[in-house]
Design a protein around this ligand. Structure first.
Ligand code: LMR
Length: 396
């Protein structure tokens, strides 16, 4: 059966972690996968999470199956995070949410669900986009197209080109948009630009699919949801795949969600019945623990406050690292202007390093960044910053 197989290429992000682990250099630096690290290079379990787990250990009474869409308490918590407590989409029943295995699981559920009722639709992603987007949606059977997004000349958004392509996308096609902290570029549209994007969606009738993996890593939990509220105000239908991996630090608990917003509560319920079929034929129903942690935190005002301040701490650390990186590069004699790094949002910096420079960083310096030049800033610590900047100066 398998004799004729040649190995598949390693995953551009998770494959890098495997290569990093195998590297014997004690000074190696991993700035690849999007995982938060503190200044000691550790990915700690949030204190709010630990406390929620203690409560679960005490009060959890069964390991019986969850419903196909997961716990309703988790879904309610997620909806409050996505839209803000008391939002009319929630009170009117026009939003339905399923607990999925991570944000990636949410994307896959979205793809399977959307493919199921509009087989001819194409799916449009930004150029560039998260390295796994195309793989997930190709696996759902979609033909995938790019829309322009990042302009390497300005290190910013090529909004004119983006909008002109969005205006050509036919009704019924699906457009994937990153709600905040665009992965990999860290470049987000301004509020005014988002308003124009929502206008084009309304006018052209293409279907918005949001990837919301970094809520709280841009400005705040509240501010980061603004694009969703804008589309909701326009009365548009849309779907959202969201993740609790980063903002709750629940990476290995695979805790995410799929939500759909429909015109009426009845159509939301009907559409959601198809979502449940997509889930049942994939992973049947979600594993409980991560969702139970999130539900416990969001159901307790004190734990919620503690979580929010831990999230602020993670965001502020990364934000501070942006200017430290720019200043230290300059102090190592790099004359290229890297100040654009301070204008990017979220966990990543799109450094502008070429594939050859990325390769040299890895092969000669044991520094691992994604082939596109994406750096996970959170992997920078006081003890590796100098070595990193010296190595970048050398490869430049
Ligand atoms: C990333 O972009 O590094 C993260 O979203 C982790 C992943 O699964 O790729």
């Amino acid at each position: 059966m398998f004799n004729s197989l040649t190995p598949a290429p390693p995953d551009p992000i998770l494959g890098l972690t495997e290569a990093f682990k195998a590297d014997p250099n004690p000074e190696k630096i991993n700035l690849g996968v999007g995982v938060f690290k503190d200044d000691a290079g550790q990915t700690p379990i949030l204190s709010a999470v630990k406390k929620a787990e203690e409560l679960l250990l005490q009060f959890e009474s069964t390991k019986s199956y969850l419903p196909i869409s997961g716990s309703t308490g988790y879904a309610a918590g997620v909806q409050n995070l996505l839209l803000g407590e008391g939002h009319s989409l929630i009170s009117s029943g026009r939003i339905q949410t399923a607990h999925t295995p991570g944000g990636t699981g949410g994307l896959r559920v979205a793809g399977d669900f959307l493919k199921g009722f509009n087989a001819d639709a194409k799916l449009w992603v930004s150029n560039p986009t998260w390295a796994n987007h195309k793989g997930v949606f190709a696996a759902c059977g979609f033909e995938i197209e790019d829309y322009p997004y990042y302009d390497p000349k300005t290190f910013g958004l090529d909004f004119e080109a983006m909008l002109s392509t969005l205006k050509r996308i036919p009704a019924g096609d699906i457009v994937l948009l990153h709600v905040c902290c665009h992965n990999p570029s860290g470049v987000d549209p301004s509020p005014e630009q988002w308003a124009e994007i929502a206008d084009v969606a309304a006018e052209k009738g293409w279907f918005p699919l949001f990837d919301f993996a970094y809520q709280g890593f841009g400005t705040s939990v509240e501010a980061d949801r603004a694009p969703l509220l804008l589309f909701a105000e326009k009365g548009l239908e849309f779907v959202v795949a969201a993740s609790c991996s980063k903002n709750f630090g629940l990476y290995n608990e695979r805790t995410g969600s799929f939500s759909l917003v429909a015109d009426t509560a009845d159509s939301a319920a009907a559409a959601f019945s198809h979502v449940k079929r997509a889930i049942r034929t994939n992973y049947s129903n979600p594993s409980s623990h991560g969702g139970a942690i999130v539900e416990t935190i969001l159901g307790d005002a004190v734990l919620t406050q503690e979580w929010l301040s831990e999230l602020d701490g993670m965001r502020e650390r990364i934000h501070g690292l942006r200017s430290k990186l720019v200043d230290t590069l300059a102090s190592k004699g790099v004359d290229r202007d890297f100040s654009f790094i301070t204008r990017q949002n979220g966990m990543f910096s799109f450094s502008g390093l070429t594939p050859d420079q990325v390769k040299e960083l890895r092969e000669s310096h044991s520094i691992y960044i994604v082939g596109s030049g994406r750096i996970n800033l959170a992997g920078i610590t006081s003890s590796n910053l100098d070595r990193l900047c010296e190595a970048i100066a050398t490869v430049l």
